[in-house]
Design a protein around this ligand. Structure first.
Ligand SMILES: Cc1ncc(COP(=O)(O)O)c(C=O)c1O
Length: 405
């Protein structure tokens, strides 16, 4: 461990942190500034800043091309992209929305905004993703829609889920927020489902400062979504749809997203180098298993997730505490799971033993634009150090906990 050879030097025990600036698990891409300015010039010249100006138009065209879909409709956030797509797709009169418990923490809030009730389902242990089997177990007479997020490493079984939705005559919406660049056997993510949702949040692959979009090949759905995000107005400016709102992406965000999209190939190459650095270094660390990307298909190598098995000498929470003190912002993977979170939002009561077990085991490690391969060497160095000094570290942590109690 660079500059630290004794446990007294660890930040959790009063030493200086390894990093002066925190290393996070967010992508935080900084695209080329000149490109951002060039794309901004589009709307500055046109003097149109909101409501589908030239940058938004260009972005929608380029994203549809990128995902090989007929349409892309942008929104002010991934949250509202999902919410308005559910509004358009959910079966009227039905109240339940099936979603995994091990996913994005605000997913139940989306259901709540729409007056729907989440019914959480299990994920598969090998993919951490929903499957036809885990979703089928939660289908009821009141199911309005299946919401299937791709996990943050690799993809869910899109084909199996599509088949299930078809057989049970249920709408299916993919949350593809973490799979912008990914492909599966059936093709590029974005064009597989009837509708797929993405985010342009700064922590995602395409940084638009914030924003979201839906891809679809369904022209009527694209028109409905474009209307819903714009006060429910039709092309003549008449309000014709209920539940319309202002959820448009603004032009400056679109310019940023365009600059990020310009950078996507080199970004994936940089992510690949980060992933391979982790992979090379973590091989010899006992009790830590890096989740591998499926390289048979396109992948952005974006997120670094590890499983801490019984061979790892500390609890995940102790490990995260130590790393966070060093300004390594490791996080528990989707924990607590949604069905365990105290919430105001009512959900259908379900038992999810597999999710309960998985929710204790995984951890996200720093990645993205501001994390260099040299940083990763230092991050793994401290994990190696923890493994070697585990007994003394555990004893010191226990003392600390008792003092604090
Ligand atoms: C899987 C997933 N879906 C949806 C969202 C919502 O996207 P946004 O932050 O753009 O509203 C997020 C955000 O982190 C996410 O991780």
């Amino acid at each position: 461990m660079a500059g630290k050879t004794r446990i007294e030097d660890m930040a959790v025990f009063g030493g200086s942190p390894i990093f002066a600036v925190a290393k996070s698990t967010s992508n935080l891409l900084q695209p080329d500034f000149a490109r951002f300015m060039a794309h901004s010039d589009l709307f500055l010249q046109a003097q149109q800043y909101i409501d589908g100006g030239p940058a938004v138009e260009l972005l929608e065209r380029r994203l549809a091309e990128f995902h090989q879909t007929a349409h892309c409709v942008t929104f002010c956030s991934g949250f509202w992209a999902l919410a308005l797509a559910i509004t358009a797709l959910a079966i009227p009169g039905k109240r339940e929305i099936i979603m995994p418990s091990l996913t994005y923490r605000r997913m139940p809030d989306i259901a709540a905004w729409l007056g729907l009730t989440p019914r959480f389902c299990e994920v598969e242990t090998d993919t951490l993703a929903v499957s036809a089997a885990t979703v089928a177990a939660q289908i009821s007479d009141d199911t309005a829609l299946i919401l299937a997020p791709h996990p943050i490493v690799n993809c869910c079984d899109a084909q199996g889920l599509t088949q299930l939705a078809y057989e049970r005559e249920l709408p299916l919406l993919f949350d593809s927020v973490e799979s912008v660049y990914e492909s599966v056997a059936e093709g590029r993510v974005g064009g597989i489902g009837r509708a797929e949702a993405f985010s342009l949040h700064a922590c995602k692959l395409i940084n638009g400062f914030g924003g979201g979009y839906i891809t679809t090949n369904d022209t009527a759905l694209a028109q409905q979504l474009a209307s819903l995000r714009h006060y429910g107005m039709d092309v003549n400016g008449n309000v014709t749809l209920p539940h319309g709102m202002n959820a448009c992406l603004n032009e400056m965000h679109a310019a940023m997203a365009l600059a990020s999209l310009d950078d996507i190939e080199s970004q994936v190459q940089r992510n690949r180098e980060r992933y391979y650095t982790y992979r090379r270094r973590l091989v010899g660390v006992p009790g830590i298993r890096l989740l591998d990307f499926d390289e048979r298909h396109a992948t952005a190598y974006k997120n670094i997730v590890v499983e801490l098995s019984d061979g790892w000498p500390l609890s995940r929470e102790q490990t995260i505490r130590i790393l966070n003190a060093e300004k390594i912002l490791a996080r528990a993977y989707y924990s607590p799971p949604l069905h365990r979170r105290p919430m105001d939002i009512a959900s259908i009561p379900v038992q999810l033993p597999v999710t309960d077990w998985l929710a204790e085991r995984f951890m996200n490690l720093p990645c993205g634009h501001l994390v260099s391969p040299q940083d990763i060497e230092q991050i793994v160095d401290i994990l190696v150090f923890i493994a070697a000094q585990a007994q003394s570290i555990r004893a010191r942590l226990l003392e600390q906990e008792q003092e604090g109690a």
